[in-house]
Design a protein around this ligand. Sequence first.
Ligand SMILES: Cc1cc2nc3c(=O)[nH]c(=O)nc-3n(C[C@H](O)[C@H](O)[C@H](O)COP(=O)(O)OP(=O)(O)OC[C@H]3O[C@@H](n4cnc5c(N)ncnc54)[C@H](O)[C@@H]3O)c2cc1C
Length: 505
Amino acid sequence: MKRRDFLQISSLSLAALLVDGCSESQKYDVTFLNDMAVGHLVFESSNFSVANTSATKYLIAGGGIAGMSAAYQLRNEDFLLFELSDLLGGSSSGSMYKNIPLCHGAHYDLSYPSNYGGEVSNMLKELSIIRYDRFSDSWKFVDKQYLIPKNRESQTFAHGGFRKDVLPDGATKATFIELMKSFTGSLPMPTRLIDEEHRYLNNLTFLEWLKRHLTLDSDFAEGLDYHMKDDYGAGTSQVSALAGIHYFACRPYYTQPIELFSPPQGNSYFIQRIYDHLPKSRVHTSHLVKRILKNDSGFEVEVVDAIKKEIKKVRCEKIIYAGNKYALKYIYPNDFHIFQNTKYAPWVVANFILNKPWTRDTFWQNEIISNDKSLLGFVDSKAQYSFADSQQVFTVYYCFEPEEREMMSSIEGRKNIFIGRTLDYLENYFKKSLKRHVEKVFIKQMGHAMPIPEKGYLFNDANILRSNPNLAYAGVDTGRLPLLYEAMDSGITACRELEDGHQLF
Ligand SMILES: Cc1cc2nc3c(=O)[nH]c(=O)nc-3n(C[C@H](O)[C@H](O)[C@H](O)COP(=O)(O)OP(=O)(O)OC[C@H]3O[C@@H](n4cnc5c(N)ncnc54)[C@H](O)[C@@H]3O)c2cc1C
């Protein structure tokens, strides 16, 4: 397709990334990680034969952070977990290429203040991931090798120049920080613990709130938009004031040092730690939960084995559904209405493995970097951890508009153009030629990567509205902020919802 045709389809940024360039002829070794092919199994599997029928007490659909946290709570019970991808972790997945760890989504978390919910902190403590530090009254990470040094944390490239922070220094920033300080300590995680007195902030947009309290110049507004999109998939005019303020005030950022924890495999580090504690025979990847039907004793669930191309029927008493909720329309239509207004942001994460690193100053997070608003910068492995000096990985993040989701399927067919354009941005940032040093590229596409916390979104606890007490929902798309701590808490609370007299944990 030529440039003109593509631009007619959309004036959005993904179209611009996919149009034919004149000089782009280089080919790259690319592996796509997307679950679209497995999604097609839903239709294809109508011809598959039923292989066997089994039974379990608990069935968990989805092996992201939420589903895995639920499995951890149920590790001593009779349970089965099914994950449609061949990798566990969902938007927090990672993998290895040769001996190089790669992160395909969520890549960091920060130390946790002591006023955060005890359930998640205790679980992370049991997993030996965090340890309480009396001096700072917070939970700090045990694996110190993955803490990012302060002087390497980030660099922003905006309007042709470099600066330290996404938000430009000046009077607006000083006023903004004072405003945020007034909320620090009152907006914990999980968000279900936020006091009634602050919940009105869920009913207006962040931009509406900002305009009441601040005179915004365009540079500062651009920085805030960038931050919101980077964490919540949409800008200040879309996300709620509560989500926006929470981002800046959920930790004592302005008065205490906060640890930034970013292992090279990203937050799949947390997934692996949980997996290490689970009975392996109960966790099944490449298995799609296709349909949930109610029966007299609980449920009968159709599960598609994507490798063997057969259907397994699983009878169970209780279900934790931790998969993305937009698919309930097909899997369990009874409750789809609870989630039908949730908007999801589509993301693409691309790992560029370079066979020739260089020794210049590096920064972990490289922000803004171009005038393409969908490109949310990249993580540079050189500033993240020390490993064999012969390779370097840039992990590039794109967040597109929901309207661009359909077009994401065109990336695979136009991969060399997409990669070439992305590398143009990186070359412009580094003022250095990179293309001939690219040894391998991985591209992960997530059409429904994260729920956008628009106004009214938070506190809509799907478990209050669910139709069957024996089927509980977990995942950040249950009225939670799209964050690791929230995902874990949702998995833990979903198990609590299913407790029937005897304590699970
Ligand atoms: C690019 C990106 C970067 C992020 N970075 C960070 C970060 O640095 N820090 C942070 O705290 N948060 C980050 N997040 C937010 C992140 O989404 C959450 O932290 C968390 O990983 C969400 O977990 P979840 O289990 O709720 O959902 P998901 O990760 O979406 O997991 C859902 C799982 O269910 C599976 N599934 C869906 N349907 C079915 C089915 N029918 N049958 C079987 N399996 C099914 C999916 O394949 C998936 O594995 C990021 C998100 C994205 C997209």
